[in-house]
Design a protein around this ligand. Sequence first.
Ligand code: ATP
Length: 200
Amino acid sequence: MFVVGLTGGIGSGKTAATDYLAQLGITIVDADLASRVVVEPGQPALQAIAERFGDHVIAKDGALDRRALREIVFADPDALKALEGITHPAIGQELRNQIAASKSPYTVLVSPLLFETSQKDLVQRTLVIDAPAELQVKRTMARDQVPEEQVAAIMKAQLERTQRLDQADDVVENHGSLQRLHDQLDVLHKLYLDLASHHS
Ligand code: ATP
């Protein structure tokens, strides 16, 4: 199985890129979605979280109370480590299952934390969607109706743009129209089909 890891900062255009690759028939495995699936009611990771942090992190309807959990881990690095020790292996297993079930010529794993986690070990090649910081801010503010400070704070917590670019096999510059994004992806799609066909 040939897997391309796709990443980028907030509002860089990861979803715009994966929407297009999905249109080309490529299976998209989404780490953000997987991180929600593994803490759904009935999942072992949710049980483990309740045991570690107490039943008050479970809402009345049985779902994870994200706000309560965030308050605990926000100010406590050890608690955050413990939480990640539960969630990261569960997310990794969910991603491996979804990748194994993919039937497209290659598979894209999209993750904002590709380089920051062992998710990078699941991929054969990496693609960074890159946009200038001003555009990341502008697009995210327009999409989420949030103030600039909130976007800036998230960007500050994310990997530096240069660090991300240093680790990329391929880079798409998303500073123009969607058509220009698609044109660059068309070229990479051909490359990935070729690489996948030679990959055992
Ligand atoms: P996040 O990390 O926050 O999930 P993302 O990397 O998935 O963000 P997108 O949601 O794809 O980013 O893009 C952010 C916003 O910018 C969206 O509203 C998207 O439609 C818009 N956008 C992305 N690329 C372009 C483009 N080339 N031209 C115009 N709008 C764009």
